[in-house]
Design a protein around this ligand. Structure first.
Ligand SMILES: Cc1cc2nc3c(=O)[nH]c(=O)nc-3n(C[C@H](O)[C@H](O)[C@H](O)COP(=O)(O)OP(=O)(O)OC[C@H]3O[C@@H](n4cnc5c(N)ncnc54)[C@H](O)[C@@H]3O)c2cc1C
Length: 404
């Protein structure tokens, strides 16, 4: 195992500079427009695909080929520094790819991950569908069913998925469904729903508080038939796993949780991008804005607030990068991925709120970006495991007890 270091190598520094330039030139200038439109920013994602920032090859490069684990979180921070809504539009397919990677065979990975992204000439997106209207944190409460039809070697999916990033507009939907209702979350399996499969449709599109450029919708599954080979991991492996649960042996951890655990440092990195944007903006504003005959930063109450904001951002990044490195070494001990996500999300929500305070009335106006950043920051306390679910995971890990 290599030692943990936050020093970036030359390749990582070049990658950081390249993404930052794209964020400055192509993401930031478009952020307000797509937030107001509340639509998926296809032209910006297209641009990202043209330069090679959006695509499965890029994901493979930063996720798989980087032994430090840090390239991915560094890249994500830069994209989200540009804008979180557009950032989610660029990164959302990664959740589907992670879902496939968590449960699929290498053949399934090679077949379906590229189809989550398409090509620069024909950009596509992917969706990971786990949450349901009546079950988010409580994954054991999922009701969407997958039933095997032996006669045709097909799985038949029925149910409704809620709050799905890219739901209904995705080329490939990865769906977590119940195959054995008696086993709770241990009776789940993940399925690929290939492009244009009859029976899959988009339900309501949500009107959101933040990350409004990211498309979030219900996915309705009405007798969706997928071929047997669309079961991630394959039938033999599923039967084996269910037999182990039946015998009371420890099964593999649930499909959805595997995905979420692996992506937590990345969500923390998203939050840091938003927090850093707000910190930088508020610092510059405080140096310019005059009150009582001097720049407001010359008051300790403002300068110290900025000092605390900067400290929180640095502390959060240290946790996120360490967690990303630990994840790469498969060396988590105390749910460090959850700690990093918990801390970075809270930091983003707090720092962006303080940034509004520093801008005063202007901070509360949509003419300035900080109110958008505050709206965008909040999602990080909620998705991919709420604040309380992270606390639950961490408290169980540090105590060894089944805290409820
Ligand atoms: C913009 C957006 C995008 C999303 N994208 C996706 C996606 O692509 N795919 C996907 O599958 N899902 C997605 N989600 C869903 C997201 O992961 C869930 O919203 C989240 O897991 C919380 O579930 P819930 O909304 O049902 O809240 P609930 O689980 O109902 O939680 C409500 C509150 O109760 C608390 N709570 C619940 N259980 C406990 C407990 N045991 N102890 C203490 N407190 C508890 C929670 O922390 C929360 O504060 C997305 C959500 C949003 C808002």
């Amino acid at each position: 195992m290599s030692d943990f270091s936050m020093a970036l190598n030359e390749d990582q520094l070049a990658l950081q500079k390249w993404i930052h330039e794209f964020a400055v030139e192509a993401i930031r200038p478009n952020a307000e427009e797509w937030d107001e439109k509340e639509e998926f920013p296809w032209p910006v994602v297209q641009q990202a695909a043209e330069i090679g920032l959006y695509g499965w090859e890029f994901m493979a490069e930063v996720m798989i080929n980087d032994p430090t684990g840090i390239s991915a979180v560094m890249a994500i921070e830069e994209i989200f520094w540009g804008d979180a809504g557009i950032g989610m539009a660029i990164m959302g397919s990664g959740l589907a790819a992670a879902g496939i990677a968590a449960s699929g065979t290498s053949e399934q990975l090679m077949e379906w991950v590229p189809q989550c992204y398409g090509t620069a000439d024909d950009v596509k997106v992917g969706a990971f569908c786990a949450t349901e209207p009546d079950a988010g944190s409580d994954v054991g409460g999922y009701r969407a069913r997958a039933v095997y039809d032996e006669a045709t070697d097909e799985w038949v999916l029925n149910g409704t998925k809620a709050w799905i990033t890219n739901g209904g507009i995705a080329n490939v939907h990865v769906v977590v469904a119940v195959v054995e209702p008696e086993f709770g979350s241990k009776g789940h399996a993940s399925f690929i729903v290939p492009p244009n499969t009859p029976g899959l449709s988009q339900g309501q599109k949500y009107k959101k508080h933040g990350i409004r450029a990211s498309h979030t919708a219900e996915v309705v599954l009405d007798d969706v038939r997928v071929p047997g080979h669309c079961l991630l991991g394959g039938k033999d492996k599923l039967d084996e796993r269910l037999a182990r649960v039946r015998e009371g042996k420890r099964g593999n951890s649930q499909a959805a949780m595997q995905t979420f655990e692996a992506t937590r440092p990345a969500v923390g990195a998203q939050a840091i991008g938003v927090a850093r944007a707000a910190l930088e903006y508020a610092t510059e504003y405080a140096k310019e804005r005059q009150a009582f005959g001097k720049p407001i930063i010359m008051n300790q109450s403002i300068a110290f607030m900025l000092a605390d904001m900067a400290t929180e951002v640095e502390a959060s990044r240290a946790l996120v990068w360490k967690a990303a490195w630990l994840g790469k070494q498969r060396a988590y001990k105390n749910a460090e991925g959850s700690m990093a996500k918990l801390k970075a999300a809270r930091t983003a929500t707090w720092v962006t709120e303080r940034a509004i305070q520093i801008l005063g009335g202007y901070g509360y106006s949509r003419e300035y970006p900080v109110e958008r950043w505050h709206r965008d920051a909040k999602i990080h306390d909620i998705f991919e495991g709420t604040e309380q679910i992270q606390q639950l995971v961490i408290s169980r890990a540090i105590s060894g007890l089944r805290i409820e």
